[in-house]
Design a protein around this ligand. Structure first.
Ligand code: HEC
Ligand code: HEC
Length: 452
């Protein structure tokens, strides 16, 4: 796998080519959050990936002599999926039926990565921190009698995905007008280990994605997963109004409230510490909140650089030159994209529910985030999301620390259950802003973070 050229430090590309390819936004109905919710809950935007029979028979890859009575439950546990909070025809959140000329099949939707659960409640927009997408594809391929499940690893470690690589791969197959073409090399690399961000944060952001690379009001950008080769260029483009509705729905989401008791006095002390040590990057909360939308250079933030350096200039240029790059904002100006060598300091609303932390999910709790020396190096967890799996003191997921990763000979799915921070893209270094605090101060800060 080529790694390609990297962006040079501090290189910012601002595209302002005016009205080129402008779409008449005025012709469009006002986006509707209700319609967006309905579309997400009912519409398959992609054709079937697997025939329905394969889904029904996937237990044959589990070493079971017959279909387990609790097939649905085992299915969710094995792949890290969550019960659907709406009527989803018996499928877990993230899967749905789709039709093609060949019949009815099963496909994935946005919520396979952007649907999660905590304390027995599922939420659209909570990042899925349990998913092993690779195992799902491998088991389905096994039952279909195929050797190769995916063109590159979709998951290197459970709870993260190679979502960025998937987007680059799909663009490699498309020309600027989104027509299919023989694959070109845009420097695909699949070691970014990304933790899906919570959707309810988008409304505060001016730029989105971990590096702040894209205008946060871009509709086209969230259509990248429609580029599977079975969708034509027209299939993709004509869904833009539907995705405007989906974006309106995403912008309407609110974070869930911390459901356990909060020590208000301690939280108040934490609020003062937050104002002093954290607010300059993460903003202020409560009435009249502010959000500075800062992108922090790698040299200062010091977290794993792989994601920030992981997209090539070729990939960015191809995106900018394609239909995706021709989108205009409400004033008719072409939406900019940026090549920042750093990470955006995210808003922290609902942060109690979004462990693990950092863009690569390398830090299991808020305490570990605020005390970098204490961060576990190699660890595993249940990948369940019940109250018994939650560390209410450190705030995040309970982990079991290991001395060493499983041997190379262990089954891949077992190896993916272990987060090894010594591996590429998985470093847990950096963000040392809590290191000089005392534990007393850290727990006050954590108490405050529960209120956001
Ligand atoms: C394979 C997993 C996966 C799927 C499927 C997926 N996403 Fe994402 N999404 C991610 C990851 C990971 C990120 C962070 C990417 C980055 O910054 O590099 C992300 C980022 C986003 C963001 C930006 C959030 C922010 O605050 O920066 C939006 C909006 C979004 N996705 C919407 C969607 C929509 C809509 C769909 C369905 C069409 C979708 N995603 C499908 C994994 C996924
Ligand atoms: C200089 C700017 C800066 C300061 C100061 C700062 N942060 Fe951050 N913070 C960031 C950036 C940038 C990220 C994202 C880094 C990454 O994902 O690699 C981040 C990530 C986080 C996250 C993880 C969010 C998630 O969902 O993964 C938390 C929690 C957090 N910061 C809390 C704090 C607290 C509490 C303080 C004060 C002690 C603080 N930060 C101070 C810039 C800052």
């Amino acid at each position: 796998m080529a790694t390609g050229k990297r962006f040079r430090s501090g290189w910012v590309i601002v595209l302002s080519l005016g009205m080129m390819g402008a779409v008449q936004a005025a012709d469009r109905p006002t986006p509707s959050a209700d319609r967006g919710r309905h579309l997400l809950q009912t519409r398959a935007f992609n054709p079937p990936i697997w025939p329905k029979q394969i889904y029904e028979n996937v237990w044959k890859s589990w070493g079971e002599p017959e279909r387990p009575a609790d097939f649905e439950q085992q299915f969710m546990e094995r792949y890290g999926l969550h019960p659907s909070p709406f009527d989803n025809k018996g499928y877990p959140l993230g899967l749905r039926e789709a039709r093609s000329l060949l019949g009815v099949g099963v496909t994935t939707d946005c919520m396979i990565c952007h649907g999660g659960s905590i304390f027995g409640q599922s939420y659209i927009g909570l990042g899925n921190a349990s998913l092993d997408l690779q195992l799902l594809y491998e088991d389905m391929a096994h039952v279909m009698g195929r050797h190769r499940a995916t063109p590159f690893p979709f998951t290197n470690v459970r709870g993260t995905t190679e979502a960025g690589a998937m987007a680059v791969f799909l663009f490699q197959l498309r020309d600027a007008d989104l027509k299919l073409r023989p694959m070109i090399d845009l420097g695909l690399r699949a070691d970014l280990c990304e933790d899906a961000p919570a959707w309810w944060l988008l409304k505060k952001k001016r730029t989105m994605y971990y590096t702040g690379s894209t205008n946060a009001r871009s509709v086209r950008s969230i259509m990248q997963f429609m580029l599977t080769p079975l969708n034509s260029a027209e299939d993709v483009k004509k869904q833009e109004p539907a995705f405007a509705d989906i974006q309106a729905f995403i912008l309407s989401l609110e974070p869930p409230k911390y459901p356990l008791p909060i020590d208000r006095d301690l939280a108040q002390r934490g609020e003062k510490l937050f104002a002093k040590h954290c607010a300059s990057c993460h903003g202020t909360y409560g009435e009249n909140p502010t959000y500075p939308n800062k992108i922090i250079d790698l040299d200062l933030i010091g977290t794993d650089p792989t994601r920030a350096e992981g997209f090539t200039l070729e990939a960015k240029n191809h995106y900018d030159n394609s239909w995706f790059g021709q989108e205009v904002d409400a004033e008719g100006r072409r939406m900019e994209t940026y090549a920042h060598r750093g990470y955006q300091a995210p808003p922290l609303d609902g942060v109690w529910a979004t462990a693990p932390y950092l863009h690569n999910g390398s830090v299991p709790t808020l305490y570990h985030l605020l005390n970098s020396a204490s961060r576990p190096r190699i660890f595993t967890r249940s990948y369940r999301t019940g109250i018994e799996d939650y560390d209410a003191k450190l705030v995040g997921w309970k982990v079991q620390v290991l001395d060493a990763p499983p041997p190379e000979s262990a089954p891949p799915a077992q190896r993916r259950r272990v987060y090894d921070t010594t591996q590429p893209g998985r470093g847990n270094q950096g963000h040392t802003f809590g290191d000089k605090l005392s534990d007393e101060e850290r727990f006050a800060l954590i108490e405050y973070l529960k209120t956001l």
